[in-house]
Ligand binder design. Structure first.
Ligand code: PRT
Ligand code: ZN
Length: 283
């Protein structure tokens, strides 16, 4: 049995639960408890505040955790990054009132900076030989300059909308983060096998993300060109049609290339193109 710590509520909770579901691990969300047993997999979920996850994993209370890389770095706890999960992307940036002129890191010399990430900020200031006063506050950091609690802030940014609506501008992007799967001490043989199964399934979920299944009719004479356009996993599947001179071709494409490929396929004579969602790809 493995235990995994995830955020109980907040920005990473939904995506963490969705990832577990995506890899076939059922969680009964109606029973919102501290500890939840997966229905069909040897996994127990520990639902906690994200700040506590690095410690919970480093002290062995849970073998695994899903948390922002920012929290791992800030905590300084000795945990391993087992996998990057591709959600919860953000950065931690320094921001100042938009009317100020920014002159580089030395701008912060002697200034007060409000943040919930004092350790990551200190590392940045030390690297640039800047001495500033770090004001640690949790929550609503962005209002600190207007409230005259600080001259600048060091906070999480994703779209940048919060900074703009508080009259601030981002001047240094210091740390990039996303949700990561973390692990602690060496696992037992049994738990290693469970972790391997989890990682195998996560890999398959990542590969299938952003892919579409394409199915179309093409003239036999266009097969070579069509194969070049759609290399697929190994090569596309081509089946003869009852209509002479035609065949059916099946392949997988990246969603971001979908419309370009469709235009190119139509140009070489493809017809009746069907685009389907991909549930899983096992490479
Ligand atoms: O209660 P608990 O301690 O568990 O949660 P929390 O309040 O500490 O964290 P939460 O749920 O806000 O965020 C959890 C994690 O999500 C963070 O540690 C990051 O790894 C990640 N994440 C990704 C974000 C954002 N994007 C984000 N935009 N965390 C916070 N924000 C906030 C930011 O603090 C600021 O207020 O959103 C605002 C900025 O967003 P934009 O889009 O306006 O730039
Ligand atoms: Zn938190």
């Amino acid at each position: 049995m493995l235990r995994i710590a995830i955020q109980s509520k907040g920005r990473l909770n939904e995506d963490s639960v969705a990832l577990l579901k995506e890899i076939g691990i059922n969680i009964d969300e109606s029973k919102r408890k501290f500890l939840v047993q997966a229905g069909n997999f040897p996994l127990e979920l520990l639902l906690v505040r994200d700040d506590d996850i690095p410690q919970i994993v480093s002290n062995g209370t849970a073998e695994l955790g899903i948390v922002g890389l920012n929290e791992v770095k800030e905590s300084g706890k000795d945990v391993k990054i087992v996998d990057k999960l591709g959600f919860g992307a953000c950065r931690i940036s320094l921001a100042i009132p938009k009317t100020e002129e920014y002159t580089g890191p030395s701008y912060f010399e002697g200034k007060r900076i409000a943040t919930s990430y004092p350790n990551i900020l200190k590392e940045f200031l030390d690297k640039h030989g800047v001495s500033a006063k770090i004001e640690v506050i949790t929550g609503s950091v962005e209002i600190a300059p207007a409230a005259d609690i600080a001259d600048a802030i060091f906070d999480i940014v994703s779209s940048g909308g919060t900074l703009v609506s508080n009259g601030l501008k981002e001047v240094e992007k210091v740390f990039w983060s996303e949700a990561v799967l973390i692990g602690g001490a060496e696992l037992s043989e049994e738990n290693k096998a469970i972790l391997e199964e989890i990682l195998f399934r996560i890999e398959s979920a990542k590969v299938s993300k952003g892919k579409k299944y394409l199915l179309m009719n093409i003239p036999e004479s266009a097969i070579d060109e069509a194969v070049k356009l759609l290399p697929a996993l190994r090569s596309p599947t081509i089946l003869p049609l009852a209509a002479k001179g035609w065949c059916s071709m099946h392949s997988v494409v990246d969603t971001k290339e979908l419309w370009t490929k469709i235009r190119q396929l139509k140009a070489i004579g493809a017809e009746g193109i069907l685009v389907l969602n991909v549930d899983k790809i096992i490479p």
